[in-house]
Design a binder for this molecule. Structure first.
Ligand SMILES: [Fe+2]
Length: 524
C-alpha cells in the first residue's frame, strides 16, 4: 500500500502497513498534536498561520570543495540509507520474501551472534547480486611485506627492545604500478588474527588507483591515517574521501577499493584483530569533549551498475586470496545497521590540558581506542596531537622522562617534529617498545628547567599522533632491513647528560650534618 505523508512528494512515497497508516492518519487529523490556527496569530504577523516547517529528511553533511560526498553523522549509530527510495524493507522485516525491485538481502555480522547489545555490530545490505556469487577462490602470490601473525616463532619478525625511527616510505616510481594494497608494508605488531587478539602497524605508499579490484580484510579493522595524498575510498556501504588531517576506519569483512585522485598517496594503517574501535569514556569530563560523536561521518548508500570483470582480494593471516566475478561488488542500493565505515577530521577534536600546574598524560588526546580481551585494559589508543596552549606554572613542560608498559608508536602527519630525542619528519614513524626508557635530550632538559614559563601556543602548524599499544611489539624484517629510510640510533646522543645533583654534595652533606645524619659516602 502506498501513501504520501505531508512533506513528502510522490517520489518519496513509502510503503507502509495499514496499521501504521491508521496511526499516522490520527496524527494528521490533529488527535495528538495541536494544529496552530490562523486566529492565534497577531495582527502584525507577516504570516498567515503559525506553521514553520518540518524536516523532510535526516541530516547529511553536504559536499565540500575537497570532498564530493555526503555523510551521515554520529558514532556507532544504527544508520539507515537508501540510494533509491523504497528499496529498504518496511520496518519489522529485514528479510522479506521479495525485496523491492528484485534486490537480494544480505547481512554482514561484525560481532558474534550472541553479543551484548552494547557490542553487537551488523549491517543489512540490499544489493543487486549477493556477494556469494563469484568464481572459485584462488591463492595469490604472497606479499612478502605483509605480516599478520606475530608469534616469536615467525622468522619474518623479531621482538627487540630497540627503539626505531623510520623516515617516510618512498613512493614507487610511476613505471611501477603500486596500489594502496600492493603498497602496504607491515612494520610490526603483536598477537594473531586467528586468536582474535592483536595488532599490526603498516605504512603504505602508492601511485595508482585500484582498478576493478576490491579488497576485503578478514583479519581485522583498518584505521587509516593519510599523510600525503587523498584517498577516494569506495566501499560496499558508500564512498568516503579521506585526506591528510582526517582518519577513517573500515571494519573487517567489508569490501572496498582506493582511488588516488592526486595520483599518489602515503600514510599509516593500524590494524586491530578481534576488536572494534570505540570512543574512550569521558569520565569526569562529563557529556562533552574529546572526539564528539557528531563529528564522525559515515557514507550514504551508493551503488554502481557495472557488469565488467572484477577481482576481489581477501587477506587472511596476512596471505592473499582472490576470486573473480562478472559485476561490481559495489552494488548495495540500500543498507541499515551499525557496522559501517566512518571518517573523522582530527582538527575537530576538543583538546584538554592542565591550566595551572603539572602536565597530563598524552592519553587525554585519545580519539579512538579498542578494548583487549583483558577487562579494563585497552588493546590500543589512538591519540592526535593538535595545537595547544601551554600555561602551566612551575612545571617541567616537555614530556617527562618515562617508561611504560605500553609500547608507543608515533607518526607525524604534517609539520615539524616538536621533540628533541628523534630525527623525525612528516610521514615518518617512531617506535618505543614496552618498558624502554625515553625522554627529551639534555639540552632540552636544561632549557625547560631554566627558561621563563610564558603562555605559548605550541604545535600550530603540525599534526602528530601516537598509538599506545598495551603489549610488547615485534618489528618485521621489512622494517629492520628493507624500509628505504631506517634512521640509525645516535650512539653519542646521551653522552653529555649530566647529574647536577652531584654538584650539590657539599650542601647536602651540610644539611645531613645539621640533622645529625651521616654525610654521603659514609658506609651504612
Ligand atoms: Fe613516551
Amino acid at each position: 500500500m502506498k501513501k504520501c505523508l505531508p512533506g513528502y512528494d510522490n517520489d518519496w512515497a513509502f510503503s507502509l502497513s495499514p496499521s501504521y497508516l491508521m496511526h499516522v492518519d490520527r496524527i494528521i487529523m490533529g488527535e495528538f498534536m495541536r494544529i496552530p490556527s490562523e486566529e492565534s496569530l497577531s495582527d502584525t504577523s507577516p504570516l498567515k498561520s503559525k506553521y514553520g516547517r518540518s524536516a523532510t529528511d535526516c541530516y547529511t553533511s553536504p559536499p565540500t570543495a575537497s570532498d564530493p560526498y555526503r555523510y551521515m553523522l554520529g558514532f556507532g549509530n544504527l544508520f539507515v540509507s537508501e540510494a533509491v527510495p523504497g528499496t529498504l524493507p518496511e520496518g519489522g522485516r529485514n528479510v522479506p520474501q521479495r525485496c523491492a525491485f528484485g534486490l537480494y538481502s544480505e547481512q554482514l555480522n561484525g560481532t558474534s551472534f550472541i553479543s551484548s547489545r552494547q557490542t553487537l555490530q551488523h549491517v543489512w545490505m540490499y544489493r543487486i547480486r549477493p556477494s556469494v556469487a563469484h568464481r572459485p577462490l584462488q591463492c595469490m602470490a604472497a606479499n612478502d611485506d605483509i605480516e599478520a601473525c606475530f608469534s616469536p616463532s615467525n622468522q619474518c619478525i623479531k621482538y627487540t627492545p630497540l627503539s626505531y625511527t623510520w623516515g617516510p616510505l618512498e613512493i614507487p616510481e610511476s613505471m611501477t604500478r603500486t596500489t594502496f594494497l600492493s603498497g602496504l608494508k607491515t612494520m610490526g605488531g603483536h598477537g594473531d588474527p586467528t586468536n582474535k587478539e592483536g595488532i599490526a602497524i603498516h605504512m603504505y605508499a602508492a601511485n595508482a588507483s585500484m582498478e576493478n579490484e576490491a579488497f576485503c580484510n578478514n583479519d581485522g579493522d583498518f584505521l587509516i591515517i593519510p599523510s600525503e595524498g587523498a584517498l577516494d575510498i569506495q566501499t560496499e556501504l558508500g564512498r568516503m574521501m579521506v585526506t591528510p588531517g582526517e582518519v577513517c576506519v573500515i571494519q573487517a569483512g567489508i569490501r572496498w577499493k582506493v582511488n588516488l585522485p592526486r595520483g599518489k598517496a602515503r600514510g599509516y594503517v593500524q590494524e586491530i584483530f578481534g576488536s572494534h574501535y570505540e570512543l574512550p569514556e569521558l569520565g569526569p569530563l562529563g557529556s562533552n569533549g574529546m572526539a564528539l560523536p557528531r563529528d564522525f561521518e559515515t557514507p550514504v548508500a551508493s551503488f554502481d551498475i557495472d557488469e565488467t570483470k572484477w577481482t576481489i582480494i581477501h587477506k587472511l593471516t596476512g596471505d592473499l586470496f582472490s576470486y573473480e566475478q562478472a559485476w561490481t561488488p559495489f552494488d548495495v542500493v540500500a543498507w541499515h545497521g551499525n557496522y559501517a565505515p566512518y571518517k573523522y577530521e582530527l582538527s575537530k577534536f576538543v583538546s584538554f590540558n592542565s591550566t595551572l600546574k603539572e602536565q597530563v598524560d598524552p592519553t587525554i588526546h585519545t580519539v579512538l581506542m579498542a578494548r583487549s580481551k583483558i577487562p579494563g585494559v585497552s588493546l590500543t589508543e589512538f591519540a592526535a596531537f593538535l595545537p595547544k596552549w601551554q600555561t602551566s606554572t612551575n612545571t617541567f613542560r616537555p614530556p617527562y622522562y618515562h617508561r611504560n608498559m605500553a609500547t608507543e608508536i608515533g607518526g607525524l602527519i604534517y609539520g615539524q617534529y616538536g621533540g628533541s630525542s628523534r630525527e623525525q619528519v612528516a610521514g615518518g614513524l617512531t617506535l618505543e617498545n614496552s618498558y624502554m626508557p625515553h625522554g627529551e635530550s639534555y639540552e632540552a632538559w636544561v632549557k625547560a628547567t631554566t627558561e621563563p614559563l610564558e603562555n605559548v601556543l605550541v604545535g600550530q602548524d603540525s599534526l602528530g599522533f601516537m598509538l599506545h599499544i598495551s603489549s610488547h611489539f615485534s618489528v618485521t624484517n621489512f622494517a629492520m632491513e628493507r624500509h628505504n629510510c631506517i634512521r640509525p640510533q645516535r650512539a653519542a646522543f646521551w653522552d653529555n647528560v649530566k647529574g647536577p645533583f652531584l654538584d650539590h654534595i657539599p650542601a647536602i652533606n651540610k644539611i645531613l650534618q645539621e640533622q645529625g645524619l651521616a654525610p654521603l659516602g659514609t658506609p651504612q
